[in-house]
Each structure stands twice: as C-alpha cells, then as structure tokens.
Design a protein around this ligand. Structure first.
Ligand code: ADP
Ligand code: MG
Length: 254
C-alpha cells in the first residue's frame, strides 16, 4: 500500500490526503487531551468508538437535512470526509449547566437552562480557545454574518435532533461542541458540519443516575473512561462487531 500524505496531525485525529481531490481520510487516535493540552493520556479503543459514533450521528443528521462532511467509514479507525475550509470557531451549545459555565457563573452543575445557550470560541491552542462574540467573529473576518446565520441555525437543528436521539437511549445531552467548514461545489459555497461528534465533544449523562458518560471521566479522573465510551456506543447499537474485545482495532496507520 502506498504511503499517504499526512496533511495535519491534531490532538485526537490525523488527516491524510484522500483518494480523490477534495477528500480527506480522518484517522481517529486513542490520544486524549484536556485543559488545552495540559493533561494528556490515552483511552484504549476511543478512536474506534469515536469513528463509529461520529459516523452514526453524522449519517442521521444528514438524513434530516443537516449537511455534513462525512462520506463513508473506511475501516475501524478511518472515515472518508469532504475536505472543507474550516471556520476557526468552536460552537458550543448548552442545555444544562456544566463545566466552564458552572465555574464562570458559580452555578450548580446540572441546573437545566430555561433555553439553550450558544457560545463561540476562537480555535487557537496558543490562546487557549478564547470565548468570542459574533462581533469579534465578523469584525476579524473569521466568518461572515451569513456564515454565522447558517452556523447558528444548523447548530440549533443539530441540538434539537441530538437531544431527542440521545434521550431515546437514556442519555441527557448536557452540552456539545461542533465545528463547521465551507464546502465549495460548482461555484457555490455552503456551510457543512465537520470534525466529529463523539463523547470527546459532548457531555452525556445517564438520564436516571446522572452518571457521566463522556470525556469528563478523563478530565476529572473519574475512572471507567473507556467503559463510558463503550456504553454510549452500546446504547446507540453500534459497538464494533467483535464487541469490546475488538476495540483496539488494527493499527494500520502509515
Ligand atoms: N472536513 C474537514 N476538512 C478539513 N479539516 C477538517 C475537517 N474536519 C475536521 N477538520 C480539522 O481537522 C482537525 C481534526 O483533528 P483534531 O485532532 O481534532 O485537531 P485539533 O487538535 O486541532 O482539535 C481539526 O483541526 C479540525 O478542525
Ligand atoms: Mg479537535
């Protein structure tokens, strides 16, 4: 097999050149980071599970008309995606108080918000992903007012859909982070959902017990991290064929 060109290596994924122009291969690693890279570790099998979970959620979102970068899964750790021009903004949608929202305002984690809150963060590891307003985003040219409008409406549709989907399997979607990109097709540009949606980027609590089934188990040293990711996949009905034993997956990284 020929060596593929590595386009970018991030904290949780690697992007390789895809088989056709305009495509990329997204490889999911087991590496985990938190607090802007200050805490590092690995979660065995995370890459395999996030590849599956993100595939599942993006396909479902595609079915309700939310455009995404996802094309198809290639193997245990890789998926084919459309290459987009990433908008350097992380959109965070919150339904329940947790994490930094609880810290900044001294509000108890678990307080249900009267309406969903949308926040924007500028993607910059050097600056620690500072929170920004729509004014910063348009003034600095990171996204146009039209881009922002599309991002907001896609974010809210994604939130409504995923909230219901997760509730159906006994999980509360507390908050999540998504990224968008510009996809150019026949002289036209549209905003599509990119990156991943997984327990790395969502807070998911068991509806009955409030048990955390997401990356907070890693951030807060709660233990049972890999098991939590497995439980999310199991509830969605998408554990890899071989069950948890199959989670390491082949290390076909070249
Ligand atoms: N469809 C896409 N086209 C181009 N870049 C993408 C696409 N989807 C995600 N990305 C970018 O690829 C990187 C994924 O790797 P990740 O480990 O998450 O990196 P980071 O450490 O920068 O968060 C991210 O920087 C993300 O913005
Ligand atoms: Mg990332």
């Amino acid at each position: 097999m020929s060596r593929r060109r590595r386009i970018y290596e991030g904290k949780a994924k690697i992007l390789f050149e895809g088989p056709e122009p305009g495509t990329l291969v997204q490889y999911f690693k087991d590496d985990a980071t938190a607090f802007n890279n200050q805490k590092k570790g690995t979660i065995t099998g995370k890459g395999v599970l996030n590849n599956r979970i993100s595939e599942y959620l993006m396909v479902k979102l595609g079915e309700i008309g939310v455009p995404t970068h996802f094309v198809r899964r290639l193997n245990m750790r890789e998926q084919l995606i459309r290459e987009v021009e990433i908008i350097p903004i992380e959109v965070v949608i919150r339904n329940v108080v947790a994490g930094s929202l609880s810290q900044r305002f001294g509000m108890a984690e678990g307080t249900v918000l009267p309406r969903s809150i949308v926040e924007y963060y500028y993607k910059s590891d050097e600056l620690g992903d500072p929170m920004v307003s729509e004014e910063h985003i348009t003034a600095f040219g990171w996204a146009s007012p039209q881009d922002l409008d599309d991002m907001l409406s896609l974010s809210l549709r994604t939130n409504d859909f995923l909230t219901g989907l997760f509730l159906g399997v006994g999980l509360r979607l507390v908050d999540f982070k998504i990224e968008f990109g510009r996809l150019y097709e026949n002289e036209e540009m549209r905003i599509v959902l990119a990156d991943e949606i997984s327990p790395d980027s969502c807070r998911l609590w068991d509806v009955k017990t409030n048990e955390k089934l997401d990356k907070d188990r890693f951030r807060r040293d709660l233990g049972g991290v890999a098991e939590a990711y497995q439980e999310v996949a199991r509830r969605l009905g998408i554990l890899p064929e071989g069950g948890p034993r199959d989670l390491k997956g082949p290390s076909t990284m070249q």
